[in-house]
Design a protein around this ligand. Structure first.
Ligand code: NAD
Length: 334
């Protein structure tokens, strides 16, 4: 019998299928089962990839003792309950972003990982690009000095996702709109590049002006743009903008500034005095690198770089942006 880790994927939308490819390509893992409530889709994907077991009920799948690791590619409202079920069933979990709908759910997920002594990692894929990894290494090596400013944007001029059953635009199922969906990527990567400082306060504003872009019968009660400033215990600050729809040009950026140099990614560029330096980095597929890191951590027992604890802090920052917008004032984070 193979001694590879046996993986199973729950939720076979675009994200779940990227995880699947990662386990297929990693020499230390193989895909044992897939699960989706859409049985035809699950059977089709299993057939295409020679996967022996298909489920439509995640609880039934979790009863399979052969499964070591679970990937969760489900809508956001299912991240916490299904992750907790999987951890309680003795599986290690790689859960898609955002970690959950809010920090309370992320705390419960971290507690389940701790209680069961299992790895819980979040699929914060933008950390795994080659340029992000290289820039974070320069920060760790002190090449940029003390990082005191970051700015990140994930701006779509038009690009509101709906998802299976229109869950993306229903706050009760998604936890929020553009901020929690794509703002989470921009915020997470910039915060991580800054060395993951402890957030202490947030000023944010969110808006919902583009309901007319989704079909009339779809419930739409989420933000389609969000803007925030986060302050950290070490004195640093981060500016964020995240939009699914905005009457301005779209685009993305992640930039950090330190006392010795600054840096941005995509492409990686270092700004030192009046020089722009473009270091060479080998291109990697972030989705594969993310699964590889998860598998390595499960085997070694090391804590992943996108850990359960970091998921809590990330969700606290997002919660605070929503709260700050409601209150029209600054929110402190403990
Ligand atoms: N990292 C990335 O780049 C990225 C990209 C897209 C989505 N995501 C994340 O992945 C998650 C899924 O997003 P998506 O776009 O694939 O969504 P989706 O709606 O396209 O797919 C979700 C899948 O889950 C299945 N599903 C729903 N409820 C289920 C249940 N109870 N049991 C089994 N299967 C069930 C649906 O049938 C569907 O196939 C979200 O959290 C999203 O934020 C991440």
């Amino acid at each position: 019998m193979s001694n590879k880790l046996k993986a199973a994927i729950i939720g076979l939308g675009w994200a779940g299928c990227e995880h699947l490819k990662g386990y297929v390509e990693n020499p230390q893992s193989e895909v044992f089962a897939v699960c989706d409530m859409d049985e035809d889709r699950a059977r089709q994907i299993a057939k295409e990839n020679n996967i022996p077991h298909v489920f439509t009920d995640h609880q039934k799948m979790l009863e399979q003792s052969e499964i070591d690791v679970i990937s969760i590619g489900l809508p956001n409202f299912l991240h916490a309950p299904v992750t907790i079920d999987a951890l309680n069933a003795g599986k290690h979990v790689l859960c898609e972003k955002p970690p959950a709908r809010n920090s309370e759910e992320a705390i419960a997920m971290a507690e389940a990982a701790e209680k069961n002594d299992k790895t819980l990692m979040y699929a914060l894929v933008l950390r795994f690009s080659a340029d992000a990894q290289a820039l974070r290494k320069m920060v760790d090596d002190g090449e940029l000095g003390q990082i005191y400013f970051g700015r990140a944007g994930y701006v779509r001029r038009r690009g509101i996702p709906i998802g299976a059953g229109a869950w993306f635009v229903d706050k009760s199922r998604s936890g929020g709109g553009g901020l929690i969906d794509i703002g989470v990527h921009a915020l997470d990567r910039c915060w991580w590049l800054m060395g993951s400082p402890k957030p202490i306060s947030v000023l944010g504003a969110t808006f919902s002006h583009f309901k007319h872009l989704v079909p009339k019968d779809v419930k739409y009660d989420v933000d389609d743009s969000a803007f925030a400033q986060i302050r950290f215990e070490n004195g640093a600050t981060l500016m964020l903008e995240a939009t699914w729809a905005l009457n301005l040009p779209g685009g993305g950026y992640t930039q950090i500034a330190g006392t010795l140099a600054g840096g941005k990614i995509d492409p990686l560029t270092i700004y030192k005095d009046d020089q722009d330096i473009i270091p060479e980095v080998e291109d990697v597929n972030g989705y594969r690198a993310e699964v590889d890191h998860f598998i390595d951590c499960v085997i070694s027992g090391e804590t992943p770089i996108a850990s359960a604890e970091q998921g809590i802090t990330l969700m606290k920052m997002l919660d605070a942006i929503y709260k700050s917008s409601d209150k029209m004032g600054e929110i402190r984070i403990n």
